[in-house]
Design a protein around this ligand. Structure first.
Ligand SMILES: Cc1cc2nc3c(=O)[nH]c(=O)nc-3n(C[C@H](O)[C@H](O)[C@H](O)COP(=O)(O)OP(=O)(O)OC[C@H]3O[C@@H](n4cnc5c(N)ncnc54)[C@H](O)[C@@H]3O)c2cc1C
Length: 468
């Protein structure tokens, strides 16, 4: 018998933690998983206040355009479509509760011991769980484990300023009550842009402020400008080089004074100004786990910290903050600790060619390098670009346009970047990501037959470079 209560103790029931716990248990390990929020929080940020509810609301927002566009296709809507915000919230909450239950079943079905409480690391093999006793009084449980995995994710970061107490973050936005007719969003990252598009589509008057020159830093420059233009066209009042001085509550709503002297009145102010690793109270300093400048847990290529039996995956390591990345990292840890699945080599994680989508309206899908990154890495690159009105919008009356762009390393002919702004860009780019990962050249793209009539076929029919 092992000297420890568990072979693996996972802290955090989000994307990375649940995957690691489940896979480790399926390999025969004795596994516990602690989640502060308990069973109803299983699934973490992604399920409860991230990817899933956001995508559901994005679908809801798309109906706004769909109703308007249907008329071009001969449909008559007898009444003005109206959003029942409370119904949307209730339906979303029901689906999230269902998913929490699915995660709970998956874990328990694999033999994982699911614990409710806030876990603190007390030593390389020791965990204290702050929990509630049956009578509601605070209690503590102590556990030992051969290995500990930190998968505590991240939390929204809001800077300090006068009126900070009036703002909400992405954690609260899904349940706003009442519906914010006037929403001010501060931030220029993908979360800020997505909520701008979503609430604009749902019928709010959205103002988005961003400090920098252009939103979506890190994405291809052309994509950034193009999507910003499309968002403005659809009604988002996007203001660049803009910041907040202070916020006050008044009879007319929240009065937000801007650095340029302008004032915006809003029913709600959403700050989407970055996320920070969830490390507070975890006991990392006492046990000597090395952390970076933002508090992130530092790990090696196998996600082991400097303390040999303590590991970390997902947003708490502040690398690439995406659910599929946390899942991939979790699998690496499980293979390291308990061996790979039968007949398979131990997994490793590559951060090249991670595809991603931004669920703005229209969506962005992207994989590989931006034009600027490719120029820096390869020197000589060839750019193919196509911008058009999608067939669907020839009758819909919408002025939405689609952008597609290929970045090719001129020396090898390899396609090293693929970017799209347009309907279902995430769905389209996922497939092309396999091709880029496999090293497809532009010649392979050219030899591929298109699917007609689709927007996606444009990626295999771009013949003439627009620049070298
Ligand atoms: C608004 C929003 C939209 C997003 N959209 C997307 C998207 O479209 N696609 C995508 O891939 N990614 C998206 N993400 C990112 C994605 O949600 C995260 O990358 C992912 O959830 C990270 O998983 P994780 O396991 O590291 O942490 P999390 O999922 O955050 O889970 C951490 C869990 O640990 C628990 N916890 C923390 N401390 C303790 C403790 N001491 N003891 C016990 N439990 C603890 C927390 O309660 C939480 O449940 C989005 C994020 C946000 C905020």
């Amino acid at each position: 018998m092992s000297a420890y209560d568990f072979d693996l103790f996972v802290i955090g029931g989000g994307s990375g933690g649940v995957r690691a716990a489940r896979m480790a248990a399926q390999r025969g390990a004795r596994v516990a998983l602690a989640e502060t929020l308990g069973t109803e929080g299983l699934g973490g940020t992604c399920v409860n206040v991230g990817c899933i509810p956001k995508k559901l609301y994005s679908y809801a927002a798309h109906y706004h355009d769909a109703f308007a566009e249907a008329q071009g296709y001969g449909w008559t809507l007898d009444a003005q479509p109206r959003l029942d915000w409370d119904a949307l919230k209730a339906n979303r909450a029901r689906e999230i509760t269902r998913l929490n239950g699915v995660y709970d079943n998956l874990l328990r079905g694999s033999g994982v011991t699911v614990l409710t409480g806030f876990a603190r690391i007390d030593g390389e093999h020791a965990i204290t769980l702050a929990t509630l006793n049956a009578d509601g009084s605070p209690g503590h449980q102590h556990f030992t484990a051969r290995d500990i995995l930190i998968a505590t994710g991240g939390t929204p970061h809001v800077p300090h300023f006068a009126g900070r107490e009036f703002v909400i973050t992405s954690n609260e936005v899904f349940d706003l009550d009442p519906f914010p007719q006037r929403l001010l969003i501060v931030g220029g990252g993908y979360i800020a842009c997505e909520f701008a598009s979503i609430f604009n589509g749902l019928g709010a008057q959205v103002t988005q402020l961003y400090r920098g020159e252009q939103v979506l830093r890190g994405f291809d420059d052309e994509v950034r400008h193009f999507v910003a233009g499309e968002m403005k066209k659809s009604g988002v009042d996007l203001r660049l080089n803009a910041g907040v001085v202070d916020i006050r509550r008044t009879a007319e709503g929240l009065r937000v004074e801007l650095e340029d002297g302008n004032v915006v009145l809003a029913d709600a102010v959403l700050y989407a100004t970055g996320r920070q690793p969830n490390v507070k109270g975890l006991g990392l300093e006492a046990v000597g786990v090395a952390q970076g400048a933002q508090g992130e847990v530092l790990v090696d290529a196998h996600y082991r910290t400097n303390v040999p039996h303590i590991w970390a995956v997902g947003d708490v390591t502040n690398r690439v903050q995406l659910t599929p990345v946390a899942l991939g990292e979790a699998m690496v840890v499980v293979d390291q600790l308990f061996g790979p699945a039968a007949g398979k080599a131990p997994r490793s994680m590559s951060y090249d060619f991670i595809p991603t989508a931004v669920f703005t309206h229209p969506n962005i899908g992207t994989v590989g390098l931006t034009e600027a990154q490719a120029r820096e890495r390869f020197g000589q690159v060839t750019i193919f670009r196509s911008e058009f009105k999608a067939l669907r919008h020839t009758l819909s009356g919408s002025s939405e346009r689609t952008l597609m762009k290929l970045v090719v390393d001129s020396a090898s002919d390899r396609v090293v970047g693929l970017h799209m702004v347009g309907a279902e860009a995430g769905e389209i780019v996922q497939g092309f990501a396999v091709a880029l990962k496999a090293g497809a050249t532009k010649a392979v793209f050219d030899a591929t037959i298109g699917i007609h009539p689709t927007a996606a076929e444009e990626f295999v029919t771009m013949r003439d470079p627009i620049k070298n």
